[in-house]
Ligand binder design. Sequence first.
Ligand SMILES: C[S@@+](CC[C@H](N)C(=O)[O-])C[C@H]1O[C@@H](n2cnc3c(N)ncnc32)[C@H](O)[C@@H]1O
Ligand code: SF4
Length: 361
Amino acid sequence: MMLSNQVHFMKMLLQLCFSGVRSILSKVCSWTFTWVNMTNTRMQRIPSATVSPRFTSNSGQKKSLGVNGTTPSSVNYHFTRQCNYKCGFCFHTAKTSFVLPIEEAKRGLRLLKEAGMEKINFSGGEPFLHERGGFLGEMVRYCKEELQLPSVSIVSNGSMITERWFEKYGEYLDILAISCDSFDEDTNRSIGRGQGKKSHLEKLHKVRNWCKTYKVAFKINSVINTFNVDEDMREHITQLNPVRWKVFQCLLIEGENTGEDSLREAEKFVISDQQFQDFLDRHQSVSCLVPESNQKMRDSYLILDEYMRFLDCREGRKDPSKSILDIGVEEAIKFSGFDEKMFLKRGGKYVWSKADMKLEW
Ligand SMILES: C[S@@+](CC[C@H](N)C(=O)[O-])C[C@H]1O[C@@H](n2cnc3c(N)ncnc32)[C@H](O)[C@@H]1O
Ligand code: SF4
């Protein structure tokens, strides 16, 4: 019986050889591929799975997909918490005075680039405060010249920016966003967006012109709150002609601008969803307006704090991960709370290199 089985098996083998080794191999490959795919799909459904496939993009650049395929394509690095303004609603307050040494900051930026970062936005606190913009300038140059990131941008209150800075670093910067919540100087002062007698609006116009001269795309950010919710900003925005006007609904964050340990009490600035919608309706003719409701803001940003820790805002506070400098981007990003779908839905990916904007400078 055993012998007859063996003979039968040998016969089968020979037949298979004749029918073409190539076709057998291709079948085996196809079965293996299907099996591996099924296994991966099953693993991705488990939230704590540590599947982190790597691939090489067309440009030959290594990209990490992180957990559940998350790529840190657009990152906001709040490298300082210090600020010269006192906006009453501020949700990123001066809880520490820590700033990483420049070489460590650069190491982190390189790690992010290796993990797939395409856009970096420098924020704060006020990013032009530390070393009078020298620290920021060096990071901007490094990201554009050495890391060759498609997009390098800054969000600032504008007050500390000088023409000298533009001369030195303007060529490396794609987008500069200046925050302005009102076109009435007194309203800005009541909000806390100002320092001493300096005019926030005068500086805004100055910076806008420097952006033109030094070929940097100009953007405006406004936080809609109880102080400006009834304002009509159409004329001013049209005149300033930014590439984008981000309009935020004032957001509360536990430990930052609300709750026991917070440095601000922003409750009196908060507006309802309906009030926010009314503001948007009034400004619907402004084509560059990009609205951001509270819900959109909470989980659609990848935020790094001054220690290069991702901040998870889903619970209404900023829960930090470990630093990417200690555990790497792939591990840290699992604790970022980042919702890539919401990021894409809110238009997080747009034409963000100034070279692609076709602007008439
Ligand atoms: C924290 S600030 C840091 C950069 C800079 N100091 C500035 O004011 O532009 C970054 C952005 O967040 C906005 N922001 C601050 N507090 C906010 C809040 N409670 N809700 C919505 N946006 C807020 C600011 O207006 C600014 O556009
Ligand atoms: S929102 Fe105002 S207080 Fe907060 S960091 Fe920006 S300028 Fe400073």
